[in-house]
Design a protein around this ligand. Structure first.
Ligand SMILES: Nc1ncnc2c1ncn2[C@@H]1O[C@H](COP(=O)(O)OP(=O)(O)OP(=O)(O)O)[C@@H](O)[C@H]1O
Length: 850
């Protein structure tokens, strides 16, 4: 009792005379009635970290966290990095009205506040020994539960157990961003960002431009960081599942202090603290040499620091620009010596490699390397394959359908194996794809001997097996099964693509109930949209009306109020929306949440400043905003978005209604596909009940879809082709009639293409300001996509490849589907209407869907 009284007396003394010390005594917590001023700090319970105001040397003040016991204030997190205090005696850190934390200046203006969605009851702020600053409710017993944490808002430093990457459930994206300079913590030019697409890997970016790539995680380390051996006491971890893709590290030896930092000079650096010399030791950094520079040797070029010059073309390729290559500029890369032949191609094994960029690569985590090879061979656009992980002798399969870029060769035992597709003639026959030795004559002789021996052996074996017929049948069966593996697999893939699935398709893949998606109150949305007023209305679509809204936090949103006739159940609707919300790609419009109340179903999207493409492209006054580089960017971005929908390994989506009004444009005119989950959200019944609105849009529908209701990824490809030709010409396919009133846009484009004057198609408003070769390539890709037969149309992965490659020889397109004919009479009824349409002198019957 006596001791407690003493402690109490001591505390009061401290509070009176040493306010800074007094706060420290609260063991790192701050309640709603307390605040922290410039002279005070908050210390974590184990005295590991300290939070307070600091001046980094630019005479401005910031609230930050640093190591308590390490001299020289190594700052690991900054709150108000872009809104500093100008006066050392003016700042206060406290809990705000909604239970969020704020930094205010001397007149009470809020300079920074935590983005906290949920209001807190009796909140408390704690600085943990991990360096994490958290806001919790005092009554909350679970130490893991908090309303806000600084670890969700990293600045330039990754501390142990902090994650970088994306969490698909919470929507958090954790990146490191450099300070402007060592004395200015404001947002700098460099960032270190995990790209979750394809086979995830981390990029170091200068503004938005990649400078360095880690390579994907291969089970032991990043493919491009062979020196990433576990340090005694340090453990790296990479999680890649349906909930998250994240990288983090942890400390297993308590005496070790380590941090990873994206510094202001563009280097990623790992430091460890050396107690004896009292200094930070730079343990690792990147980029460290010429070969770490992103795409140093261009497509199909391999960088090797031990060679001079560092760039070389892989076997079967030659420098694209020999002059530049000889002047030691390898960035143009290499081109194939021999065009690929598809099924006859072979694979060149490359050892000790950093895998090429994997943002568009396809991963199958379980497939064997033999099946992987077979799958790649069966897909003519597949350029290479490799193991997905290198542990346990190699696991799974990764394939590329794009140009192979940013590769480097390491010394023996450091990198991994990569198999690159080459025309058969580039790999001399020797029984194994990598052998390049010996004259062709010798190989021919070996081949003949081999075949002869094979025949003799086979005849002998046949006699034997006739005798043992049963056994033979079994072996034969087993062999075919094994050989069928990848083909069956690709058939499965195809089936997945063709069928917009019922629940069964993905119900086994994840526990949907665990996912969180913000649910909005209908009343909040009514306030945000001014009671769904006409002034706020952005447009009307087949599924309902779209309104512009503004939330109290000033965030602009687009609110789609679905028409009440959706026959779906609430749980079914929620599940669909949750799945759609997990699809994230820079070319898909982001779904922010939904609202389900009584008979209201509402979707909340990010607001896109420039509305939809049709709104700009088909408007005489506005179309000049779309110069050629922007149009090309819209074509390529839309292609990437569609490829993601078609190929995302978790579940595939066929859009079914791709058109200009479903391509939304952000402030910089970047395209984002919208309505991509509508086909899922509205079930089959709804499709039938409302055919005109849901099935598709006349002018964009492929012949097989319009006529037989047959949809597949290739019907989306058709719609994409129409869109490309519309973007180039600035004219709608539907309602386009040339002077003779005979051709639609596809027919018009085809006529000019065949006549050798494809450029006639281009929108006159572009004048001469375009790249003829780029435009011609786009027209050719557009025409390939609208070919009449679905099997002739390319997949979206080939489309992306064709659009990005300046050198690839593109196939010649055949006659488009629906290229001639008059506009069917528009119908307002939902009943189907038959109309005659002529396709290349063959009369077909078409179902008018819209
Ligand atoms: N996120 C958004 N930001 C800004 N404007 C939007 C947004 N979403 C939709 N709009 C605008 O609202 C209009 C209607 O959109 P909606 O997706 O409902 O219909 P649509 O695409 O025109 O037709 P349909 O539903 O038949 O495909 C769009 O054309 C666009 O101009």
């Amino acid at each position: 009792m006596k001791d407690i009284a003493k402690l109490h007396y001591f505390t009061i003394l401290c509070l009176t005379f040493f306010p800074k010390l007094a706060i420290s005594l609260t063991l790192g917590s701050l309640t709603a009635t307390q605040s922290l001023t410039n002279e005070q700090t908050l210390v974590s319970p184990g005295q590991v970290f300290e939070l307070g105001f600091f001046d980094p040397g630019n005479s401005k003040w910031y609230l930050g966290i640093w190591y308590k016991k390490i001299p020289g204030k190594t700052v690991v997190w900054v709150a108000n990095k872009d809104s500093p205090l100008s006066n050392s005696s003016s700042g206060t850190f406290k809990i705000g009205d909604r239970g969020n934390i704020v930094v205010v200046d001397e007149v009470g203006t809020i300079l920074w506040s935590s983005k906290q969605t949920q209001e807190a009851v009796d909140p408390v702020v704690q600085l943990l020994d991990s360096g994490n600053l958290v806001v919790r409710e005092t009554s909350e017993k679970d130490p893991e539960k908090h309303l806000w944490q600084s670890f969700d808002y990293p600045t330039d430093t990754l501390l142990p157990d902090m994650k970088m990457g994306s969490n698909f459930d919470s929507g958090f994206e954790w990146n490191l961003t450099s300070w402007k300079s060592s004395e200015d913590p404001s947002t700098g030019d460099y960032s270190f960002k995990l790209d979750v697409h394809g086979f995830p890997e981390i990029f170091l970016l200068n503004n938005q431009e990649p400078k360095y790539r880690s390579g994907p995680w291969n089970g032991m380390r990043f493919s491009g960081v062979p020196e990433m051996a576990p340090l005694n006491g340090l453990k790296f971890s990479f999680v890649m599942d349906e909930h998250e893709v994240t990288y983090s590290f942890s400390i297993t030896n308590a005496s070790l202090i380590s941090r990873l930092i994206m510094n202001s000079t563009g280097h990623l650096e790992r430091y460890t603290w050396i107690e004896s010399s009292q200094e930070w030791n730079s343990y690792w950094y990147a980029p460290k040499d010429q070969c770490d520079n992103y795409k140093e040797c261009g497509p199909y070029g391999i960088c090797d620091t031990n060679a001079s010059p560092v760039c070389r073309c892989m076997k079967g390729f030659s420098p694209k620009n020999l002059q530049a290559w000889n002047l030691r500029d390898g960035s143009g890369g290499c081109v194939r010596n021999t065009t690929l032949g598809c099924r006859s191609d072979r694979f060149l094994p490359l050892k000790n490699m950093k895998l090429p960029e994997t943002t568009t690569a396809f991963v199958d985590k379980t497939m064997s390397i033999e099946d992987c090879k077979e799958m790649c061979l069966n897909n003519c656009s597949c350029t290479a394959y490799a193991n997905y992980m290198i542990n346990d002798g190699g696991i799974g399969c990764v394939t590329w359908t794009s140009e192979l870029v940013d590769m480097r060769a390491y010394t023996e035992g450091s990198g991994q194996d990569l198999y690159v597709r080459l025309a058969a003639s580039e790999i001399a026959y020797s029984g194994s794809a990598d052998s390049g030795n010996g004259s062709d004559k010798t190989k021919e002789i070996i081949m003949v001997i081999g075949i002869t021996v094979g025949i003799v052996l086979l005849s002998g074996l046949t006699v034997f097996f006739v005798w043992k017929r049963k056994g033979l049948q079994m072996i034969w069966k087993e062999k075919t099964e094994r050989r069928k593996g990848p083909r069956e697999r690709s058939q499965d893939l195809l089936l997945n693509e063709v069928v917009i699935s019922s629940k069964k398709e993905y119900s086994g893949e994840s526990n949907i109930d665990d996912l969180e998606l913000p649910l909005f109150d209908f009343s909040t949305l009514a306030i945000a949209t001014n009671d769904f007023s006409d002034e706020n209305k952005l447009g009307q679509g087949g599924f309902g009306s779209v309104y512009k809204g503004r939330l109290v936090e000033d965030q602009e949103i687009a609110v789609k109020r679905l028409s009440k006739s959706s026959g779906q159940g609430v749980e079914e609707f929620k599940n669909e929306v949750r799945l759609i919300a997990r699809l994230q790609h820079r070319n898909l419009v982001r779904l922010l949440g939904c609202c389900i109340e009584i008979d209201e179903k509402v979707l909340i999207y990010e607001y896109m400043e420039n509305k939809s493409l049709d709104y700009v492209l088909f408007d005489k006054a506005k179309r000049s905003l779309l110069d050629w580089p922007r149009r090309f960017n819209i074509i390529c971005g839309t292609a990437r978005g569609l490829l993601y929908l078609h190929q995302d390994s978790r579940f595939r989506i066929i859009h079914r209604d791709l058109k200009a009004s479903n391509i939304l444009l952000d402030g910089e005119m970047n395209p984002k596909i919208s309505d991509f989950g509508m086909a899922r959200i509205f079930g089959k019944d709804q499709t039938e009940a409302n055919t005109r609105r849901v099935v598709g849009t006349y002018g964009y529908m492929s012949p097989e879809y319009a006529m037989d209701g047959h949809f597949s990824v290739k019907s989306d490809v058709f719609s994409f082709g129409v869109l490309v030709l519309e973007i180039i010409s600035g004219k709608k396919n539907r309602g386009f009639y040339y002077a003779n009133n005979e051709l639609n846009l596809l027919g018009h484009a085809w006529k000019h293409w065949r006549g050798g004057n494809g450029l006639e198609l281009i929108d006159q408003s572009l004048g001469d300001l375009y790249s003829p070769s780029e435009v011609m390539r786009c027209i050719q890709v557009g025409l390939l996509c609208v070919q009449e037969r679905a099997e002739d149309r390319p997949t979206m992965s080939s489309v992306v490849l064709m659009l990005s490659s300046e050198t690839a020889t593109l196939p010649q397109p055949k006659q488009p589907g629906f290229c001639l004919g008059r506009n069917p009479v528009e119908t307002t009824s939902s009943s189907s209407k038959q109309e005659s349409c002529t396709v290349n002198n063959v009369t077909v019957t078409m179902l008018d869907a819209r």
